[in-house]
Structures are given as C-alpha cells and as structure tokens.
Design a protein around this ligand. Structure first.
Ligand code: PAF
Length: 283
C-alpha cells in the first residue's frame, strides 16, 4: 500500500524504516498532474530501486509573476491512484511553507543557482525559472537523500542543470535521464498540453516534426544557422510565436562552430496562444 504524506517528519519516518531494511531508494520529483511521461519515470525508478518516492509539489519559485502558477493543474487524488498502480511506495506532497520555511517566517530563502547554464535558452525567456528549479531540487534531494533520482529528457536544459548541481555540490545521488514520452502525433506529453484546443494540439505536433526535419538537414550538411532560421520561419508561418530554435552542443548547450564534431541537440520553445511548449531531439 502506498503512503501519502505531507510533513517532513512522516517522510523521514518512512525513509528511516526503509534504510534500516537496507532498501535502495529512488526519487522522482514532479509537480503532479501526472501523465504517461511521469509514469515512465516511475516505472524506470521501480525497475532500478527497492522503494520509490514521488514528490508532488507545484513549486512557486520556478514560476514567473505572469506565469501559470495559480492555474497549474492540481490533481492529487488522481495522481495518488496512478502512483499506487505504478508501484510508488511513498507520495510526498508538502505545502509551500514546509518547503520554504525561511520564507514562511518572512525571511529571505537560500537560493541555489547554476550560473552559465541557467540564463540561456529557457532561462532567457523565463528569468529566475531555473534558480527556482535548482533550489527546490536541492531541497528535495536533501530531504529524501535517495540513491537515485530520475528526470525526463523533455526538460533537457533542466536535466543538464541538475547534473551540474549534483556534481558541483557533491550530492551523493545517481541520476537517470528517461526518454520523452510522445503522443501518436509526436507531441511530447506535458501537463500544459491541457491548455491546448484540439486544433492547437494538432499544430503543436509540428514542433517534433520540425525537430526531425532539422536533424535530417544537419545530417545532410546544411549549416546550423540556416537550419535554425528555416525552422523558426516554418513554425511562425503555422501560427507559433517562437521563443527559440537552437542547435547546440548536447553536453553544455553551447553554440558550436560548423566544423565541430561533438554531439548536437536541437531545441525548440514556442508559444501557441498563451501556452508555452518545449521539446528537443538529440541529433
Ligand atoms: O520537471 C519538473 O516537473 C519540475 O521542474 C521539478 C523538477 C519537479 C522541480 O519542481
């Protein structure tokens, strides 16, 4: 039977019992409203560890003042049912005051920043977003102290930031990246897809098709800058407001000279109406 807890004391109580029994523990951090993409992370966690903790916390510090924090979908009961079915042992659903005790006392909170990687691409259009992510992920890793933590490839920049955070702060946790789960149309699953109309959902699938076209163009030797430009124009022509279309090094998200032979990744962030969508493809 899965336990669902909200306090740090309850979380620690369960973790202590598991550790006493020598159980390996995996953590899947989420913001809830779970879909098949999240459950792929939970399934991978269940396959690698004895016990799986899933945190469900809509983290206010990673939302900008004009973003969708208030209306972000919260579906705790449905999430609990799905997690139970997928073999999660402990669902941790803290409130904001539990996660940010200093702020709850009216004090400034400690903030964890990963300079360099956090200001580019999504960090440029969402200032402060990644500081919120790296701060809350540090808190969750400290609270759970898992042997393994799993994150999705869809948030590729987030994945690289967390990898650097764990390495630079010497956090004793292994990390696993899990492939993006897609609808039959190719659209990457995301809680924000719910904001899309049926017609917008069809258009949204063009993001992944565009990434595939970009990969083929780069493989055939077209210069990255031209490929990026053509892709952005195409997305604009079908109704997207493009945040960025970028071809970067897969390990640091740097712009590389055309002659470089390092692995590349294509990344897109674009808005359909008020909904911001992201996706990426390793080339
Ligand atoms: O990827 C997410 O859902 C969030 O950014 C995370 C890692 C749970 C931190 O709030």
């Amino acid at each position: 039977m899965m336990r669902r807890v909200t306090t740090i004391a309850e979380l620690r109580d369960q973790l202590r019992r598991w550790r006493q029994a020598d159980q390996h523990i995996a953590l899947v951090p989420t913001m809830g409203n779970l879909h098949a993409g999240h459950y792929a992370l939970v399934d991978a966690a269940v396959a690698s560890a004895d016990q799986v903790v899933v945190s469900v916390f809509v983290n206010p510090t990673q939302f900008g003042p004009k973003e969708d924090f208030a209306r972000y979908p919260r579906t705790l009961d449905a999430d609990a049912e799905g997690l139970q079915q997928h073999g999660c042992g402990l669902m941790f659903c803290p409130d904001v005051a539990t996660m940010y005790p200093a702020a709850a006392l009216g004090q400034a909170s400690v903030n964890v920043q990963v300079p360099g990687l956090s200001e580019i691409l999504c960090g440029q259009s969402r200032p402060g977003h990644f500081d919120g992510v790296t701060t809350v992920v540090t808190k969750l890793l400290n609270l759970v102290q898992p042997d393994l933590a799993l994150f999705g490839q869809k948030d590729y920049q987030q994945w690289l930031l967390i990898r650097q955070l764990v390495s630079d702060l010497h956090l004793p946790v292994a990390l696993q990246r899990v492939a993006t789960v897609r609808a039959a149309s190719g659209l990457a699953l995301s809680s924000r897809n719910q904001y899309l109309s049926a017609a917008e959902r069809e258009t949204a699938a063009e993001i992944f098709r565009t990434l595939e076209t970009m990969r083929a163009a780069v493989a055939s030797g077209r210069p990255s800058a031209l490929v990026e430009m053509a892709a952005a124009e195409r997305l604009q022509a079908i109704g997207f407001q493009v945040d960025y279309v970028a071809i970067r090094s897969a390990d640091r998200l740097q712009v590389l000279p055309e002659t470089a032979s390092e692995p590349l990744i294509g990344l897109i962030a674009a808005r359909l109406g008020a909904t911001r969508l992201i996706d990426n493809l390793l080339f």
